[in-house]
Design a protein around this ligand. Structure first.
Ligand SMILES: Nc1ncnc2c1ncn2[C@@H]1O[C@H](COP(=O)(O)OP(=O)(O)OP(=O)(O)O)[C@@H](O)[C@H]1O
Length: 258
């Protein structure tokens, strides 16, 4: 089995604070992970290491066969797509651009088109727009889209550079139930694009069947990491969320009750 991500005894300290402690975590090919944990548990810090923005204080990290310390992190970053939950930054940058322009700019991981874009690139953007079920918005300015539509455009944009890992950081936050389900419905199409999904959320019911594995974080330490059905159990979730919770499965999706 090919290793996609491997963390061995990783810790991260910042300003004297231990943010991540003793992290041992492996993602192998054909696995798609969800990361769950309370605010401040270390999810963002963990993902910042994966995407080469933080260097671990101790331990070994290898991402897509690149061992940290022996690899070019800017080169590695090109293989990792990142869609953040915050739209403000994007919305300001893209202003009047059409969704086609926003998606095609993902080829260069920049906003605005500063480099040559070929006919081929626009064809690819167009097929990604279809894949994300956004064809009805072609020609429309990004700024006029709903939150859910914007998120889907940004996922299409992230796929433009054929990432091998796609990090979705709370992609459904602030979405109503319909927009959330529309976004979750495209997960299987994202998966078909041959990238490994890492999905961060506070809402366990967003763990659609395409996500195969779960990592639970609590105070910078792993509570459990592994196949979804082994990890999503009452005791482990109660420890992670610091409240007694009960898990129920409906149509292969988990739901929590207090
Ligand atoms: N540069 C830093 N210096 C000191 N502490 C930091 C620094 N960066 C993060 N932290 C602390 O590390 C902890 C983990 O933060 P992180 O942002 O990774 O959590 P998170 O799980 O992503 O939280 P959220 O769900 O709220 O986004 C927090 O207590 C945070 O205050």
């Amino acid at each position: 089995m090919k290793s996609v991500i491997s963390f061995t005894d990783v810790s991260l300290r910042r300003n004297g604070q231990a943010i991540l402690k003793g992290i041992n975590w492996d993602i192998n090919s054909n696995e798609h992970w969800a990361i769950l944990g309370l605010n401040g548990s270390g999810k963002t810090s963990l993902l910042n290491i994966v995407s080469g923005y933080h260097f671990p204080t101790t331990g070994d990290v290898s991402v897509l066969g690149n061992k940290f310390g022996k690899t070019s992190l800017p080169e590695l970053r090109k293989k990792i797509g990142f869609v953040s939950s915050s739209l403000d930054r994007f919305s300001q940058l893209v202003n009047n651009e059409t969704i086609e322009e926003v998606v095609v700019s993902g080829k260069f991981a920049s906003f605005g088109l500063y480099e040559h874009v070929s006919e081929e690139d626009y064809k690819k953007a167009s097929s990604l727009i279809e894949l994300m079920r956004l064809s009805y918005l072609k020609g429309k300015s990004f700024q006029f889209l709903s939150q859910g539509e914007k998120r889907r455009v940004l996922i299409a944009r992230a796929l433009m550079s054929n990432p091998e890992i796609l990090i979705l950081d709370e992609p459904c936050s602030g979405l109503d139930i319909l927009s959330r389900e529309q976004l979750l419905a495209i997960m299987k199409d994202v998966k078909q694009n041959n990238c490994h999904i890492i999905y961060v959320t506070h809402h366990i019911e967003e763990l659609v069947k395409e996500l195969t594995h779960v990592l639970l974080l609590h105070n910078g330490e792993i509570v459990a990491a592994g196949p979804k059905k082994e990890v999503l159990i009452d005791t482990k979730l109660s420890k992670t969320f610091e409240v007694p919770v009960k898990i129920n499965w409906k149509n292969d999706r988990p739901w929590l009750t207090l």
